[in-house]
Design a protein around this ligand. Structure first.
Ligand code: SAH
Ligand code: SF4
Ligand code: F3S
Length: 450
């Protein structure tokens, strides 16, 4: 990889070219985009955040639901006129959407101004592909590479000085019947733990306060030790910082992990544990490998070990064959667990997955009605859960001014709740104590304790 970075740098370095990376999708993609920017900068580009200023645009796409793909395609469509103005501009597409042959064909045929694409498992080939485009003066579309060993040492340009993503594993082996991720991100592979420990140690030394370990299924990590052991090793690093991780699978929550979390003040007391459905029948067809009882058992273990832990989850509404009773079972378990927050999604058929071929698809209007009811039930619970924080003093990692008001700052509690408070820039990137004065369904308000 370094060879191509060097080769491009010799040509680009002095030209003052700008690169812009546009990101869709989950935190894995955010993390990958930081690596794309890191590589682009190493190749001699200046990094910009407005596509209008760019000579190279890389769109990092998501494929998890149809909506995500349509958004990416329409965004790419808007770049046609930018290229018309600047014919030297290069446009590349990467990420999960372009790990599917039909999407790559679509780009080749209907988006002639797109110069190259490469799938997530070829992220480290970005310089090589760009070099090919420059030198063969043709379009390049990389697809069907087998997942290779993990590349260590890819340059990273991180967005934040106080928070950092650290990927600990890539891919997924679970093949939930609705999900495209195993097809587009390939098989599971874990980074060796010594690289993870090294990276986190460096980050903490450089002043980073919050490290989020990323993977599709972090608790099946096996990079030379278990995930629980990795958490223990990272907790032993000296410094004032918090460790978060996502995402976990309910079938792989071990007692050792719960114990490692409970023991360490450096592990945030928040667990994101996607449930998907409260119906045992649907969970089985989803190929999730757990039932309602097993899920509730996890919740009990976590709350017994850490009474104040915040729990969040993902729910899919309208999976094929979901009956009224199945949906009621989901509402029931939400009322029983009382999650702090949920991320809910209307089921979106993904071509190539088993669920997309099932004949008993739920009509759109039923899906929408169920989504509405789900949100009503959960919003009330979220508000009540947030109200429990009112009057308490919580430690908050201050992030920066909110979008609408430069005096109102935002930050996150250890339980990952969003807090708004009046502050000035001096608080950015620091842990501060905030007394919570008001609760809303999606955030808290508070005052800094001097
Ligand atoms: N690896 C993680 C997250 C994967 S994608 C996990 O196992 O939890 C994030 C969420 O998107 C999933 O938890 C699921 O709720 C949702 N999702 C995935 N595929 C979907 C689909 N086809 N339609 C609707 N939601 C989907
Ligand atoms: Fe998709 Fe299931 Fe893998 Fe999560 S665990 S990425 S939902 S297949
Ligand atoms: Fe989307 Fe790929 Fe993440 S499909 S949710 S960007 S793993």
């Amino acid at each position: 990889m370094n060879k191509y970075i060097e080769l491009i740098k010799q040509n680009i370095g002095a030209c003052g070219y700008n690169a812009c990376v546009v990101t869709f999708g989950c935190q894995q993609n955010e993390a990958d985009s930081e690596k794309l920017r890191g590589m682009a900068r190493a190749m001699g580009y200046d990094i910009v955040y407005d596509v209008k200023d760019a000579d190279l645009i890389v769109v990092n796409t998501c494929a998890v639901r149809e909506h995500a793909e349509l958004k990416a395609l329409s965004t790419i469509g808007q770049y046609k006129h930018l290229k018309a103005k600047n014919p030297d501009m290069l446009i590349g597409v990467c990420g999960c959407m372009v790990a599917q042959k039909h999407r790559v064909d679509e780009l080749k045929n209907s988006y002639p101004y797109v110069d190259f694409s490469f799938e997530p498992s070829s992220l480290d080939r970005f310089p090589e592909i760009l070099h090919g485009v420059f030198n063969q003066k043709g379009r390049m579309f990389s697809l069907g590479e087998n997942a290779r060993d993990i590349s260590e040492g890819i340059p990273v340009l991180r967005e934040s000085d106080s928070k950092a993503w650290v990927s600990i594993m890539y891919g997924c082996n679970n093949f939930c019947s609705y999900c495209i991720v195993p097809y587009v991100r390939d098989r599971e592979r874990s980074r060796e733990y010594r690289y993870v420990v090294e990276e986190v140690t460096e980050l903490v030394k450089s002043g980073v306060k919050e490290i989020t370990l990323l993977g599709q299924n972090v608790n099946s990590y096996n990079g030379g030790c278990t995930f629980a052991e990795l958490v223990e090793k990272l907790s032993a690093i000296e410094g004032d910082f918090l460790i978060r991780f996502m995402t976990s699978h309910p079938k792989d929550v071990s007692d050792e992990l719960v114990a490692a979390m409970a023991k360490s003040p450096r592990v945030a007391k928040h667990f994101h544990l996607p449930l998907q459905s409260g119906s045992d029948g649907i969970l089985k067809i989803m190929n999730r490998h757990y039932d309602r009882e097993h899920y509730l058992d996890n919740v009990k273990k976590l709350r017994t070990a850490m009474p104040d832990i915040a729990l969040t989850t993902d729910i899919i509404v309208g999976f094929p064959g979901e009956s009224d009773e199945d949906f009621e079972a989901t509402l029931d378990i939400l009322r029983e667990v009382r999650f702090d927050m949920i991320y809910s999604f209307i089921y979106s058929p993904r071509s190539g997955t088993p669920a997309a071929k099932m004949e008993n698809q739920v009509p759109q209007n039923v899906k929408s009605e169920r989504m509405q009811r789900l949100l009503e039930v959960q919003n009330q619970i979220s508000l009540e859960k947030n109200e429990e924080a009112v009057g308490k003093v919580l430690r908050v990692l201050a992030e920066g001014p909110s979008k609408n008001d430069s005096e109102v700052f935002t930050g996150r509690t250890e339980t990952n709740k969003l807090v708004h408070f009046i502050a000035d820039e001096s608080c950015i990137g620091k842990f501060i104590d905030v007394k919570i004065t008001r609760a809303e369904p999606f955030n808290l308000r508070g005052e800094i304790i001097k």
